[in-house]
Design a protein. Sequence first.
Length: 485
Amino acid sequence: MNEPIDILLFGGRGDLTQRKLIPSLFQLHKKGSLAPDSRIIGLSRSGISSEEYCEILFNALEEYAPKCVGTEEQWSNFTQRVSFLTLDGNSRDDFIKLSQILEEQQSRHRLFYLATQPSLYVHICRNLAENNLITGDSRVILEKPIGQDLKTAQEINRQVSTWFSEEQTYRIDHYLGKETVQNLLILRFANSMFESQWNNHYIDHIQITIAEKIGVGTRGSFFEQVGTMRDMVQNHLLQLLCIIAMEPPYSSSPDAIRDEKLKVLKALKPIKDEALQKNVVRGQYGQSANETEKLKAYRNEEDVPTDSNMETFVALKAEVDNWRWSGVPFYLRTGKRMATGLCEIVVEYKKIPHSIFSSFNSSSIPNKLVIRLQPDESIKLRICEKRMGPGMNIQPTELNLNPDQNANDPPPTAYERLLHDAINANATLFMRRDELEAAWQWVDPIIEDWNQNNRIPEMYPAGSWGPAASTLLLAKDGRLWNEMS
Ligand code: BG6
């Protein structure tokens, strides 16, 4: 059993807290992974009581995480840990009240989860420090996106580091907490057969897609400041790319893994000059083309100006300039309001050099390893096999490499795993400062090009696979996105 801890949720009434953090903490509670005396303190400006807060949390649990709703007794035990404090980030008195609550249990570890706008991070940390609330074993979790670009990210990192050491700072990217990402590490580094072919001699190209069916919903004003490049590419997509492309680390320690991820980010070839237009696609969803399912255009969403040029889709071709990956393109793509919701990594192997089976051109069916993170987690390997019966007929088939899945004991969700790790001071799946800054450094010139040259996003109908330029990005290289091949 771990030590009791005080978990402080800044942004305690926000979307993230209600949809992800509380359901995850409740799961940890049910599994006995929270020490009995651990406390959860929700903080926000709304003047509500702890009882009202728990009621709001329960309603959200039923709505957003119905599978997590346990028994009445479990919830009522959980709420014994939960309290709410009205806290205005500018009010010294409120921080004094908070310190009184924390001092009741002075010797405990403290976990400050900043689920607020990133622009408040420095302010909150400063107030915590000025009120002596940061102890030697306190930790802070920072949600993404941290900053708007390299400069602002560096400034947040610099300021936060005056109060929290790097070991105390946990920069969360929830994609790293997904079950299949863990499994991918095992697949790569606990099996010799994949590793020996994991390079430009055998692999033709790699695709990473995060497609969302949903639009921006009620997050229009957030999205207007961020856009898909900052919301999804700078973090989730690049982190997945790192896990796929990194060299074998010398151990599974946090820094061994993060050192290798950093090397990948540093080896990313900068996208500049004519490649800015050739290798990057910026899109925005328009109204759906489908008459039966009428989906709004992004520009008609709540809090979005009708002339907005913010992107809701990005596709790009990245190159990792090192010995292992030279010549192997990584096609990354993500968008909202796409044809379906899925996240998958496709490793497409090179075609066989010569087919000896004249009846069938097996060279047109290359091997493919398809790692699906969601909605259904799976790892499948496409190979060619003989069709049963007379003749030498070949057909593609998929070998299922899925781990045993026990429906009664589903794997933890990403937030559950990452909260568990942060509570137990394991930073392996969190981003280090240098990684975050290297990712911004690579992404910044693309955003600058869009801004300076007023690059208007290409429209795609809501419910489709993105703009035509995305298909073209691969077609120019004689390749197809996975759903088309
Ligand atoms: C978040 C983004 O980080 O990830 C959202 O801010 C996005 O815009 C979400 O919808 C997707 O996460 P998941 O786990 O639902 O694929």
